[in-house]
Design a protein around this ligand. Sequence first.
Ligand code: 3HC
Length: 343
Amino acid sequence: MIQKILICFENCIILTKAIQKIGVTAMDEVDMELEKAFQSKIDAELKIEPKDWMPDAYRKTLVRQMSQHAHSEVVGMLPEGNWLTRAPSLKRKAILMAKIQDEGGHGLYLYSAAETLGVSRDEMYEQLHSGKAKYSSIFNYPTLNWADIGAIGWLVDGAAITNQIALCRCSYGPYARAMVKVCKEESFHQRQGYEIMMNMSNGTKEQKEMAQDAINRWWWPALMMFGPHDKNSDHTSQSMTWKIKRTSNDELRQRFVDATVPQADYLGLTVPDDKLAWNEETQSYDWGEIDWDEFRNVVAGNGLCNRERLQTRRDAHDGGKWVRDAALAYAEKQKKRMADKAA
Ligand code: 3HC
């Protein structure tokens, strides 16, 4: 009897292995076919839409990037929010208010676009509030005076536009379409910041010094927004194959430097980089090296404002719970009222 059971057991193992082998091969082949069809769609510049088949890794990369982009927008409201009550005029207060509202809208827009990939809003909030998810390092620097509000609009939103214009051609439809609207508003953000810098650079001696101090503190962190050098980037090559990224980190950063240095010259401000020089041959600027230790340190959570920014986000989320509960209760009531009416 024992002999029989052993043989049966042995056959089961062989059979399982065989099924696995056939199954895995067949499944592999199906997946390979699907991946091939997926990549040829991307190569043909066709947009991938939420209901289309996509490799899990493509979905995962988009959830990571889009949710972190949304976190950056929402956390990005905080440094400027700090100066709403201290804006130098009613006009400036109104402009800053409009800009900050735009950023909040960009965040909600991007969270909604990320939700089309199957991730929930609550999951994304939990990843931000727990510190698991990243947001752009730039928002962990303090805004010390009004010139910083100008430098943020001019440099931070200027860098964001450089990056986001490329994202308008991203292979994932909802992300690309969200970027078109976002970029239109970002150009207003950049212009209003540059106007502040123009007023201060042409203002009193103290104002000009404040503008110069602001570019000294925001120039290099703005270059860090484009991410690590391509050779040190975990995601660039795959993201370029999938056309999530259309231009690499270094290329976008160079594009930003080439566009922004002449603007600083026009303001009569000095870019804080003694290696900055126009290269006639490449028709672009040569420039120094980013302090990657500072970058890694800030991204790791040890920037000047990381803890304060996250705590503010957590407090806002907790403080707004009653609004979410009321909205859900109201929606439930509406749903019941409609059902009673239909009955
Ligand atoms: N701050 C924090 N983390 C950063 C970073 C930065 N400045 N730059 C790169 N990283 C992280 C990446 O998220 C990645 O970490 P992860 O795997 O945990 O997500 C790691 O460093 C390696 O970087 P890669 O370059 O390989 O990663 P990506 O391919 O994702 O490229 C990116 C980084 C260029 C920021 C890309 O994610 C991207 O284009 N994101 C969308 C745009 C965006 O998020 N911009 C942030 C600012 S938004 C803004 O400024 C709004 C404006 O209105 C104020």
